[in-house]
Design a protein around this ligand. Structure first.
Ligand code: SF4
Ligand code: MSK
Length: 623
């Protein structure tokens, strides 16, 4: 049974342990929910107002309209648009938190935080039209924070980072009226339009859905990624390791979980202080071992090589090792059940964000002014907890991996310009590139979609760039070392070997999907074409979250053909399905496809890439 739940060896063994310990996991709860509601799966149920809830009968025998008169098209479109709004709001609010830390640093209110990448700060300030000549770094930081906060409001006609997109892409957005104006504005307007009795055009709703997603990709998430680089450093290639084996039986183990590096960066600093390391030794441990799960882990991995204990579906199982003294969470993707797993062991669970409270956790709120002191207090408490440990079960050895492939790092490897990569594409050594992103989902065998799709693509000379939980899956599978070229086709292997890089690049966390947009813009601008002309694609083989919906929509609205694993809840409206899978080609030059089988998804993507190569006049093959 456990083999059907996951392909990851650590998860499989820990599932057995969890069963023995009487622990309920996400898979058990998923099974208890079956069969899931067919109306909801098709997007045909509506609870937007209290004249309802309503549902539309997909067989045409029951009601075809809700109490207000909304039909299947309206209900499906509204539901999807509200998912986009929630996803965009999540990334963008994360971005806002970072801008507030930047502001606090500029005002001297954030002890422990600093400006680590002054060059990027200056570069961004210029992009925002700020004069930097003769100004102190902290003054520039304050002015940039202010200018970025303006992007969240409604005072502009378009977001600052829209200018980063190729001119042809900007023209498309202008022509169809989806240029994002304000980050908060687009989400707010999306929620307004989906209130009962406002926008009842399924097409106009979905166009605003795209504008809302673009306000995330070219707005809130892009700000989150860039400001993280300014505050914590722009990632450069770094050696790390992955799977639950990164926990150490003889160390105090602390795991960070969530997304925002504001907390986890301070935890890392505290773990490195000599006083606390000595205290850990006094308590009988060999030291302090910090590991990550999910995207706050990816943030630390990218910048400092902090090891990764697991991805989304491993988060509960990590605790079943009995080896974790403390798990510290911020927000997003943290299952509310997780503290009940911790309660079976000695693990202390700490929540840290004013926005994210969880049953069974102790709430210790982080703010820029208290973060440094609070981080030290928490690590002390984790060390004290070491003596409460019971039996420990760490069933696997960690797998070596390379992280830190920011756009800046990739360009550096290429000699400062994308031209060598373009030359390899033109020569056919590399057929194209694919960004594989997103989560785990118990509907799909854990990591099967990610690892299978990645292997099929690289063996066919397609470079893979990944983020989020995919990045952890492929690291665990051993696909992220220079010697992993043994899994690649001859052309890709040749290029990677020459450059000394793996065939799969870890480009970051969920908000770092915007690095893919920046990279694609650089490629398109160098070639003088639009993003939609490039031999590239996106994929989300195991997505679950509303954030993934926003990401998928901003990929497609930016011109990237994107293949989803799980079907989104849209099959109740063929108008919506047809628009997203076909009609959008005429609107934004890209569409979605849905293919849960990664073997077939690989074929779809390879066909798409070869089609784009042919249109660019490059050699192409029939697949
Ligand atoms: Fe029903 Fe319309 Fe209210 Fe939705 S908005 S719950 S369809 S009455
Ligand atoms: S953590 S959004 S499960 S990628 Fe970013 Fe993983 Fe998806 Fe969360």
């Amino acid at each position: 049974m456990h083999d059907m739940r996951t392909i990851a060896e650590d998860s499989r063994l820990l599932l057995k342990k969890a069963e023995k310990d009487g622990i309920e996991t996400v898979w058990d709860r998923f099974e208890a929910q079956q069969p899931s509601c067919g109306y909801c799966e098709m997007g045909l149920s509506c609870r937007i107002c209290v004249m309802g809830p309503c549902r539309i009968d997909p067989f045409g025998e029951g009601p075809q309209k809700g109490v207000c008169g909304a039909d299947a098209d309206i209900i499906v479109a509204r539901n999807l648009c509200r998912m986009i709004a929630a996803g965009a709001a999540s990334h963008s609010d994360h971005g806002r938190d970072l801008v507030e830390v930047l502001e606090a640093v500029s005002e001297g209110r954030a002890p422990g935080y600093s400006i680590r990448d002054e060059q990027k700060l200056k570069h961004l300030a210029i992009e925002y039209g700020i004069a930097i000549e003769g100004k102190q770094i902290l003054k520039i930081a304050g002015e940039l924070a202010y200018a970025m906060q303006e992007d969240f409001g409604t005072r502009k006609k378009e977001l600052t980072f829209v200018k980063r997109a190729p001119a042809k892409r900007q023209e498309i957005w202008k022509k169809i009226g989806i240029t994002p104006r304000g980050i908060d504005r687009e989400t707010s307007e999306m929620m307004h339009r989906t209130h009962m009795g406002v926008d009842n055009g399924w097409l106009s709703l979905l166009l605003q859905g795209m504008r809302n997603a673009l306000s995330d990709g070219w707005g809130g998430a892009m700000i989150a990624s860039e400001v993280s680089d300014i505050l914590y450093g722009t990632p450069m290639p770094v050696q790390t390791s992955a799977n639950v084996g990164v926990l150490k039986a003889d160390h105090v183990n602390i795991v960070v979980h969530g997304h925002n590096p504001v907390v986890s960066e301070m935890i890392l600093l505290a773990c490195q202080t000599t006083e606390l390391v000595d205290l850990a030794k006094q308590k009988g441990a060999k030291g302090i071992n910090l590991a990550g799960v999910c995207c706050t882990g990816n943030e630390l991995l990218m910048r400092h090589g902090v090891a990764m204990a697991g991805n989304h579906l491993t988060t509960e199982l990590v605790l079943a090792t009995g080896a974790v003294e403390m798990m510290i969470v911020d927000y997003q993707c943290i299952m509310p059940a997780i503290a009940s797993v911790a309660a079976c062991y000695h693990t202390k669970m700490i929540s840290t964000s004013d926005k994210a409270h969880f049953p069974g956790m102790v709430h210790r709120e982080f703010h820029p002014d208290n973060a440094k002191v609070l981080a030290i207090e928490l690590i002390k408490e984790a060390i004290e907890n070491f003596e409460c440990r019971g039996n420990v079960y760490i069933p696997t050895e960690p797998v070596a991996s390379i992280g830190g492939c920011s756009v800046e790092a990739i360009l550096k490897v290429l000699g400062g310009t994308p031209t060598p990569f373009i030359d390899a594409i033109k020569a056919g050594l590399i057929r194209g590139a694919v960004g594989i992103v997103g989560c785990n989902n118990p509907r799909i065998r854990q990591d099967y979609g990610h690892v299978t799709l990645t292997k099929r693509l690289i063996e066919n000379d397609i470079l893979v760039i990944d983020t989020g939980c995919v990045a952890v899956a492929t690291a665990k599978a051993g696909l992220k070392m220079p010697e992993s070229v043994k899994y690649a086709g001859a052309g890709l292997a040749k290029v990677c070997t020459q450059l000394g890089v793996p065939p799969v690049f870890h480009i970051g966390s969920c908000v770092d999907n915007v690095r893919i947009l920046v990279l694609l813009s650089a490629l398109a601008n160098t070639l003088g074409v639009d993003i939609s002309d490039l031999p590239v694609a996106g994929a989300a083989p195991e997505w679950y979250s509303e954030k993934a919906v926003a990401i998928g929509v901003y990929f497609v609205a930016s011109g990237v053909y994107t293949v989803l694993g799980p079907m989104p809840p849209i099959t109740g409206s063929m108008n919506v399905v047809n628009l997203l899978t076909q009609g959008l080609n005429d609107v934004v030059g890209a569409t979605f496809a849905v293919e849960p089988d990664p073997e077939k998804a690989a074929v779809l993507i390879r066909r798409h890439i070869e089609g784009k190569r042919q249109k660019l006049g490059l050699d192409s093959m029939t697949i």
